[in-house]
Every structure is written in structure tokens, then in C-alpha cells.
Design a protein around this ligand. Structure first.
Ligand code: HEC
Length: 137
């Protein structure tokens, strides 16, 4: 009886942990929704060409987006200083990309500061996403 109870508790604990894990990735948006959001904020649609240029440009510093995400970002990237593996950024190659707005906001904020020493503007985000969505297998 005691063993059974302990076992049930273990299962309960694991199930709870499992759902926390799922929650960490909210998946409440889509890449297309994110693109319309930033295009609306920018007052113009994201542009593939500008996104490509922006993604590969070292904006006066040492790094471009491509330094960590690779170019084109259709394969795993590698963090320029830590070597950590980064999932492909183009949504067609990574179903999780741009599906969690908190996560997207967090990384945009952090990475834009690393590359540009400021946050990216709405049009810069729209351009990057238009470019990423144009990448197909
Ligand atoms: C110094 C390394 C580095 C640079 C430079 C960098 N990133 Fe990232 N970026 C990361 C890491 C690490 C992640 C998290 C990836 C993971 O967990 O697989 C990430 C994730 C992201 C995500 C989240 C995508 C998603 O939904 O999963 C966005 C958006 C992003 N980066 C945008 C940019 C943009 C735009 C630039 C250029 C201005 C840039 N990054 C440059 C390291 C970098």
C-alpha cells in the first residue's frame, strides 16, 4: 500500500513537471501572426530583401544575426562565443520558431542589444521575419 502510494506520488510529480515543461513553450502565436503584428506596428509590410541585408550586416559591432544563427539560418546555428547549438531560425526548418511571443520578445531584445546596442525597431523585426519566412526547403 505504501509502495503504491509512493508510486502514485512519483507519477503525479512527473506529470506536473511534464506540464510545466510544456508551459515553458507557450506556442500561442504563429510566425505569420508575428509578421502581421510587426508590419502593423511599423506601418508597412516586412521586406524580404531588407531583412536579408539586416540579418547579415555587422551593425558597427563585431556581430551580425548571422554570427550565431548562421546564413541562411536554415540549419542549426552556433553561438558565436559559447558554442551553444541554436535551432534553425527559419520557421520552415524549425516548427517552434516564432510560436511563443514572450520567447520571441525576450530573444529579440537580448540579441538586438548584442548586435546593435539597442532594441530592434518594428520594421527591422518585420523585415527579418519576412526574410525568414521566405526561406523554404
Ligand atoms: C551572440 C549570439 C547571437 C546573436 C549575435 C544573435 N542571436 Fe538570436 N538567438 C541566440 C540564441 C542563443 C537564441 C536561443 C535559441 C535556442 O534556444 O535554440 C536566439 C534566438 C533568437 C530568436 C527567437 C526565435 C524563436 O522563436 O525561437 C530571435 C527572434 C532572435 N534570436 C533574433 C535575432 C536577431 C534579429 C539577431 C540579429 C540582430 C540575432 N538574433 C543575433 C543567439 C544570438
Amino acid at each position: 500500500m505504501l509502495t503504491f502510494l509512493r508510486r502514485s506520488l512519483q507519477v503525479l510529480a512527473l506529470t506536473t513537471l511534464g506540464s510545466v515543461g510544456v508551459h515553458a513553450w507557450a506556442a500561442e502565436t504563429t510566425p505569420a501572426q508575428q509578421l502581421s503584428l510587426w508590419s502593423a506596428n511599423a506601418g508597412q509590410p516586412g521586406r524580404v530583401e531588407q531583412g536579408l541585408v539586416f540579418f547579415n550586416a555587422k551593425q558597427g559591432g563585431n556581430w551580425s544575426c548571422a554570427s550565431c544563427h548562421g546564413t541562411p539560418p536554415t540549419q542549426q546555428g552556433k553561438h558565436a562565443s559559447t558554442g551553444k547549438v541554436i535551432k534553425p531560425m527559419a520557421p520552415a526548418f524549425n516548427p517552434q520558431a516564432f510560436t511563443d511571443s514572450d520567447r520571441v520578445d525576450k530573444w529579440f531584445r537580448r540579441n538586438c542589444k548584442d548586435v546593435l546596442s539597442r532594441e530592434c525597431s518594428a520594421i527591422e523585426k518585420a523585415d527579418v521575419l519576412a526574410y525568414l519566412l521566405s526561406l523554404k526547403p
